[in-house]
Ligand binder design. Structure first.
Ligand code: ASP
Length: 346
């Protein structure tokens, strides 16, 4: 049996793992059992900060559902970040937000194409808790949010997003996406968000938590793809694509090019693969392999990544390209871990 320390080392080693036909096998064939206790994992670098408020809830014995809501709210709050109202707009200059949340009882809620509301994840939770529906979109979602007491925010872009949009308008090319593949000159609709300090980051955060009661919940929130077509919605608010939770098995969140996650019913397929006996790592690798097989040569130009957690605390992560990392937090440690990938370099 592995303890958490060994586990984290093991996952960390995945990036340097054995490679067969471009696939890191890492710890694929091993089940990793962790000590009892809460865990929170979230996508990309921004997950490190988001895990802090989530952990504050989990360590006190709070609900995974509260943890995943509060965790990603932190990211939505940051005007200089990649998610929420500070993020890149669509190609018409409007920020439109998508989010979803799911608990251990298959309760779920989502919003899409939501404008001028700061916390789409909390609106998604209200949809789950206060309506008979799963998803509200656009004007209807905004009306619901206002009726629930959310404030209508300004439609001004953040300084960083305004700069990125002005830059993008010079070319206004609606071209094939290239998400988070470290190509800093990319102006495509999936170009990573540029932060004020010149760094590049990402447009989505997905989070999964396992609480002390052994219950799983997940959340996912995004501004979608920068400079996307108006009305475009990706995988992130779609239950079963961007997020899926089944307390009997595990949970999964996706990030990257949403269209290619939807095509394979990403997150729910990963959970189903786990139900059939695959470890989270094997399941994430299998679904990425499927995306690559479907896209063939074009897979070289897209990034998709999956992050999964079993109800026993096993973690898996895999991406098409290098560059995907996830933030891990449990009692012992807090760490940003690089995931292994199908292609070894861009
Ligand atoms: N999956 C998101 C979308 O397609 C984008 C992302 O993960 O950055 O909207």
């Amino acid at each position: 049996m592995f303890n958490r320390r060994n586990f984290v080392k093991k996952v960390g080693m995945l990036t340097a793992g054995v490679t067969v036909q471009g696939v890191s096998t890492g710890s694929s064939n091993k089940s990793i059992f962790l000590d009892q206790g809460p865990i929170v994992i979230s996508t990309w670098d921004a997950g490190m900060e988001a895990n802090i408020p989530a952990w504050a809830i989990l360590e006190k014995g709070g609900l995974a559902l509260d943890a995943v809501e509060q965790g990603v709210r932190h990211t939505e709050n940051s005007l200089n970040c990649c998610v929420g109202l500070g993020a890149n707009p669509d190609r018409d200059g409007h920020v439109t937000l998508d989010a979803c949340i799911m608990d251990h009882n298959h309760n779920c809620g989502a919003v899409a194409f939501l404008e001028r509301i700061k916390h789409p994840i909390s609106v998604a939770r209200r949809v789950m808790e206060k309506t008979p529906h799963v998803m509200l979109v656009g004007e209807g979602a905004q009306q619901f949010a206002l009726a629930e007491g959310f404030k209508l925010e300004s439609d001004q872009l953040s300084p960083a997003a305004q700069a990125a949009y002005t830059d993008w308008l010079h070319q206004s090319q609606y071209k094939s996406p290239s998400i988070n593949r470290e190509n800093k000159n990319d102006h495509g609709p999936f170009a990573p968000t540029r932060l004020q300090n010149g760094e590049w980051n990402h447009d989505t955060i997905g989070m999964i938590a396992l609480d002390k009661q052994g219950n799983l919940s997940g959340s996912c929130t995004t501004s979608g793809a920068g400079f996307k077509m108006r009305g475009r919605v990706g995988d992130s608010p779609i239950i079963g694509a961007g997020l899926f939770v089944d307390n009997q098995v595990g949970a999964c969140v996706a990030t990257g090019q949403g269209e290619d996650v939807i095509r394979v019913a990403g997150a729910s397929t990963v959970v189903e693969l786990m139900r059939q006996g695959k470890t989270p790592q094997q399941a994430c690798e299998t679904i990425i392999q499927r995306v690559v097989q479907i896209k063939k040569e074009r897979a070289k130009n897209i990034q998709v990544a999956f992050l999964a957690l079993s109800n026993r605390g096993e973690v898996g992560a895999f991406a098409i390209h290098p560059g995907f990392s996830f933030a891990y937090k449990d009692l012992q440690r807090s760490e940003l871990i690089k995931a292994a990938s199908w292609f070894k370099s861009n």
